[in-house]
Design a protein around this ligand. Structure first.
Ligand SMILES: [Zn+2]
Length: 106
C-alpha cells in the first residue's frame, strides 16, 4: 500500500499562495484586454496600435495560461487545474479536491 505523506501547514500555504498569485495574473490579463484596446484605439495610429496591443495581449495570455496550467497542487502533487488535456480554472484541485482557500479555513 502506498503511504500518504502529510504536508506541513507552511508547505500547504506556500503552495496555495503560488496558485492564487497565478490565478490573479490570469484573470487580470483577461480584464486588461478592454482597457488596453480602448487605449490603443485612442492613439494617433490606432490601426497599428490595435494590432500590436492584440499580439502582446495574446502572448501574455499564453504565458498566464501556461503558468496556471502547470502549477502543482501542494497536497497531491498533480497539476491543480489540469485533468489530462482539460484545463479548467476552477477553485478546487482536480485530483484531490483541495480548495484554493484550504489554508485559510481553520
Ligand atoms: Zn491536489
Amino acid at each position: 500500500m502506498e503511504e500518504i505523506e502529510e504536508i506541513s501547514p507552511q508547505e500547504l500555504e506556500a503552495g496555495l499562495k503560488k496558485i492564487r498569485r497565478r490565478r490573479w495574473f490570469f484573470w487580470l490579463t483577461i480584464l486588461a484586454y478592454l482597457p488596453a484596446m480602448l487605449f490603443a484605439l485612442q492613439s494617433p495610429q490606432s490601426g497599428q496600435a490595435v494590432v500590436i496591443t492584440f499580439v502582446v495581449w495574446v502572448l501574455v495570455l499564453i504565458v498566464a495560461v501556461a503558468l496556471m496550467a502547470l502549477v502543482r497542487c501542494p497536497n497531491c502533487g498533480n497539476c491543480f487545474h489540469m485533468n489530462g488535456f482539460l484545463f479548467r480554472p476552477v477553485r478546487q484541485c482536480y485530483h484531490c479536491r483541495l480548495h484554493i482557500t484550504a489554508d485559510k479555513k481553520k
